[in-house]
Design a protein around this ligand. Structure first.
Ligand code: SF4
Ligand code: SF4
Length: 124
């Protein structure tokens, strides 16, 4: 089961996870043109080898080890990770649309600083 990136990554996007991923399955990278236009990064579900290296690298605890581990009100972002395909405009728009809906639906959570958001999620 692939790892999942969730909303503390939104607007954080420091790519620390990209630097440690051994199979380059997290996109977009900083050197890819898509980077400027996405609000967060996504893990390709079929390319992730479940090594776990990205989890401790993330400064805002945005990465979960499986869809089942993702808090219930973040489950929409499982689908965003699943559909995002770098360079595929339609797939990117679909993923970013899910992210936008998520942000719009959770103004309270999104007002919390990214580094404190995982703890805030745990209270729901
Ligand atoms: S679990 Fe491993 S392979 Fe999967 S995204 Fe993280 S670093 Fe990459
Ligand atoms: S390390 Fe965390 S915040 Fe940084 S890009 Fe990866 S998932 Fe996003």
């Amino acid at each position: 089961m692939p790892f999942i990136i969730t909303d503390p990554c939104i607007d954080t996007k420091d790519t620390a996870c990209v630097d440690v991923c051994p199979v380059d399955c997290i996109h977009p990278r900083k050197d890819e043109p898509e980077f400027a236009s996405t609000r967060m990064l996504y893990i390709h579900p079929e390319e992730c080898i479940d090594c776990g290296a990205c989890v401790p690298a993330c400064p805002v605890a945005a990465i979960y080890e499986s869809a089942d581990a993702v808090p219930s009100h973040q489950r929409d972002l499982v689908e965003a990770n699943a559909v995002y395909r770098n360079g595929d405009a339609s797939a990117m728009a679909k993923a970013e649309g899910i992210v936008k809906s998520h942000v719009d639906a959770h103004p309270d959570i999104m007002a919390v600083p990214a580094e404190e958001r995982q703890a805030a999620h745990a209270k729901f």
